[in-house]
Write a protein that binds this ligand. Structure first.
Ligand SMILES: Cc1cc2nc3c(=O)[nH]c(=O)nc-3n(C[C@H](O)[C@H](O)[C@H](O)COP(=O)(O)OP(=O)(O)OC[C@H]3O[C@@H](n4cnc5c(N)ncnc54)[C@H](O)[C@@H]3O)c2cc1C
Length: 460
């Protein structure tokens, strides 16, 4: 690649101040929140779809890799340019273009941060439900590209359920719309869903039409403790069997609770057992009824059940749950959490088996593990800890992550429920997708024959 020539071309497209080749800046873009690393040759901050179209035309002509990046909070290396080339920093395209409540939707640029959209919607009595733990900093473009979700997906679904239309720049520089403003359509292939979850391998999203929904009038929270994961799993299935779909259904195992208490002794969580938090939302009347039913479903198998009595109590319990990410450092000050095997998912009835298998893997390999996650949709987050300076511990960690991924697959599950495949989990795609991987490869080669878009990802 004639670097000087490419630099000149990029400057002509976006202007001098929006291209960088400085070592320091390229280093900052060589990683996301995972362990994957890869140095870009150029960092480019485009302002609009026209510039991106010109950049991709240039990349396509010269065979230069182009990797889109939102906030870089991904946990699988999706935004890391593992084959070099250009990183397209989309975070500056961050305008909320239109809030169209009459049509139950918004149109946004991809760099809008999730929480900012919800701040704008709140006074209007609406919200965009997908709610990752990273909502304060992750972008909607990143969320669409990973089909992100979080605590509310058990009732409200993942990001995919809210995408109505995408403006996408394809590898050859052409610009398409995948949908429209209608809330449903049965016109041909569902290309919107093809680009949702594609992790930037099929096109660059430059705008999105997203469905929004009314904020619920009220919420209630039931906290139930169980002797073990089997009992917790039985209670969750019983809650669903009664026709109740909680708006959140989270599990934290004994180790997680112990670590939370060490982090903040005032945290308002029960003293023992595995804890499940059930949140229900709806009208003032319906939530009281639903919370009572959840309590009744849990009572026969739980060691304790408590319905939060006030908004303050509810907030303080959720504050404890939100502390998990930060509290992990208290497990052992000499160890650090490494994101590996952290996002497996199984059919919900298999969650207790998965928790037990992960516990056994952790004991067999001597790697400490915290287990928490979205039990209501079968998604278990596993936090593994090692001494980063110890090579032998890294080897055991890799083995543990591999066994966790394979355990999920054996139980009919997935190696990633919401964080994506990127490079970190690419090796599992043949086992995960089977013959469908060839279909994915042919879609990729038909839309991006030169393989310039985020190469090296998804095991393609
Ligand atoms: C503390 C923490 C908590 C988290 N909690 C959750 C959680 O609860 N649920 C969850 O689902 N995830 C969670 N995540 C993971 C991560 O935040 C999400 O995957 C998020 O959606 C990524 O957004 P981003 O803007 O950081 O994207 P990036 O990491 O920058 O990119 C992610 C992928 O999207 C692609 N991409 C970005 N923008 C575009 C675009 N405009 N067009 C095409 N492709 C694009 C990138 O190439 C990459 O493949 C968490 C991460 C952290 C660090």
């Amino acid at each position: 690649m004639a670097m000087k020539e490419v630099l000149e071309d990029l400057r002509k497209i976006v202007g001098d101040g929006r291209v960088s080749t400085s070592m320091l800046e390229r280093y900052c873009y060589s990683q996301d929140a995972s362990c994957v690393r890869g140095m870009p040759d150029f960092v480019v901050r485009p302002e609009n779809a026209e510039q991106i179209s010109e950049i991709l035309r240039l990349c396509n002509k010269k065979g230069i890799p182009a990797t889109p990046r939102g906030a870089g909070s991904g946990l699988a290396g999706g935004a890391v340019p593992v084959k070099g080339g250009i990183v397209l920093d989309m975070s500056g395209m961050n305008h909320i273009i239109e809030i169209d409540i009459g049509n139950l939707q918004v149109i946004v640029e991809p760099g809008v941060v999730q929480e900012r959209l919800n701040q704008a919607l709140k006074p209007l009595g609406f919200f965009f439900p997908p709610d990752p733990g990273s909502s304060a900093f992750c972008t909607l473009g990143g969320m669409i590209s990973c089909n992100s979700s979080g605590m509310r997906s058990v009732k409200y679904g993942t990001t995919r359920a809210y995408v109505l239309d995408l403006e996408v720049v394809l590898a050859d520089g052409s610009v398409i719309h995948t949908g429209s403003k209608v809330l449903k359509s049965s016109a041909g292939y569902d290309i919107t869903r093809l680009f949702t979850g594609a992790e930037g391998t099929l096109g660059i999203i430059t705008a999105a039409g997203l469905k929004v929904v009314p904020l619920p009038q009220a919420r209630r929270l039931v906290a139930a403790s169980f002797e073990d994961a089997e009992a917790a799993g039985r209670a969750v299935v019983d809650v669903f069997s009664r026709g109740i779909t909680p708006s959140a259904c989270e599990i934290m195992d004994k180790t997680t609770l112990e670590v939370l208490r060490r982090c903040n002794p005032a945290v308002a969580l029960p003293e023992s057992g595995d804890l499940v938090l059930f949140e229900v939302d709806g009208t003032n009347l319906s939530v009281d009824e639903a919370a009572r039913e959840v309590g009744e479903a849990c009572a026969p198998v739980a060691s304790s059940v408590r319905i939060a009595q006030s908004q303050e109590e509810m907030d303080s319990i959720w504050a404890g749950r939100r502390l998990v990410g930060a509290a992990v450092s208290r497990l052992d000050p000499t160890k650090t959490r490494v994101y590996a095997g952290e996002d497996v998912g199984v059919p919900i009835r298999e969650i207790p088996s998965l928790i037990n298998k992960v516990q056994k893997i952790s004991e067999d390999l001597g790697i400490a593990a915290m287990k928490y996650g979205h039990i209501g949709d079968g998604n278990l987050h596993v936090a593994l800890f090692i001494d980063l300076m110890n090579r032998e511990e890294w080897e055991r960690l890799d083995l543990a992550a591999d066994r966790i991924h394979r355990a999920a697959l054996e139980l009919g599950g997935t190696v990633s429920s919401e964080h994506g495949i990127g490079l970190a989990r690419a090796g599992y795609m043949p086992a995960q997708a089977g013959a469908a991987l060839e279909v994915m490869r042919s879609i990729k080669s038909s839309l991006d024959p030169k393989g310039i878009l985020n190469p090296g990802k998804l095991g393609l």
